[in-house]
Design a protein around this ligand. Structure first.
Ligand code: NAP
Length: 262
């Protein structure tokens, strides 16, 4: 794999580095990561990652540049690094809401530019990363998809869907975690200690996802297998629906989407 510079080693940037460290495709010394408070990246430095405050140094050393600073800092960082970007560079931004055209407007030359929308499960190579690109050849796209696939799975989408991808995939992690927490709370109330309730909730969510991924069926087909007539599952499910389970989830996702569109 090419050398990678992660500009902005915060929550997501560091998660990308941690995920990369778990792949066998890249040597730690091929990963460069920057932030101002570099002491917070000591644990990555100890594993052989090159940690620096100097964005230009990281850009010059790498081929793939991942911009992982907050959206309001992206254009400022681009101003800093643009004079040092060359034909061999591939630029990828994970910033929410910053369009490809905004990134391109800061460049002095035509370069392959990507937007990536991973989630924090990238740290354990279980992200779903949606991506879109401009001025990228088939080979560039393949290269970035190989990188994303080494950290989970990826889907190439139109840029118009990037905000929807942010809500469903990146915010989605929080939605699912809140679901798991609610299962844990209920599990404790019906008799389990917190640790056991957590384990049951986690593995149940993982198992449900794997059933869909490996079986390729619609969720309702799997639900039909569990809902015995007059049984406790359908009784619980119907109570949840009477109280707005699916509706509140859909409304929450739409709310996040409207917020991101603003
Ligand atoms: N978190 C998520 O789940 C998620 C998911 C998808 C996309 N994103 C996107 O990822 C980006 C980062 O989000 P985050 O949650 O990781 O934010 P974050 O934790 O605040 O990380 C941003 C990092 O950028 C560093 N930074 C600030 N100015 C810099 C500069 N001039 N040069 C180099 N580094 C600089 C900061 O380091 P110092 O504190 O040391 O200044 C900070 O550690 C955002 O654009 C967000 O939209 C996040």
């Amino acid at each position: 794999m090419s050398k990678i510079a992660i500009i902005g080693g915060g929550n997501l940037g560091a998660a990308i580095a941690k995920g990369l460290l778990k792949t066998t495709d890249i040597h730690p010394a091929q990963i460069y990561i920057t932030r101002n408070k570099i002491e917070r990246l000591d644990y990555l430095k100890q594993q052989g990652v090159v940690v620096s405050r100097d964005n230009v140094f990281a850009v010059k050393a790498a081929e793939i540049i991942i911009l992982a600073v907050k959206p309001y800092k992206i254009l400022e960082v681009l101003d800093e690094i643009a004079p040092h970007l060359e034909a061999h560079h591939i630029l990828a931004s994970v910033a929410t809401g910053i369009r490809l055209s905004q990134i391109k407007s800061k460049l002095n030359a035509v370069l392959p530019v990507f937007r990536l929308m991973p989630n924090t499960a990238i740290e354990i190579q279980e992200s779903i990363t949606c991506l879109c690109a401009e001025d990228a050849s088939k080979e560039h796209i393949e290269k970035i998809q190989i990188l994303c696939n080494s950290l989970g799975e990826s889907i190439l989408i139109e840029e118009e869907l990037m905000e929807a991808a942010t809500v469903l995939g990146a915010c989605g992690i929080a939605f699912v975690l809140r679901f798991i927490r609610a299962m844990m709370q209920a599990g404790i109330e019906i008799g389990f200690d917190a640790l056991t309730a957590t384990k049951i909730a986690e593995q149940t969510v993982k198992g449900a996802a794997e059933l869909l991924k490996k079986g390729g069926k619609h969720p309702e087909e799997e639900i039909d297998k569990v809902t015995t007539p007059k049984g406790c599952t359908i009784s619980g499910l119907n109570e949840m629906e009477h109280r707005g389970f699916s509706s509140s989830l859909i409304k929450g996702i739409l709310n996040s989407f409207h917020k991101i569109e603003q």
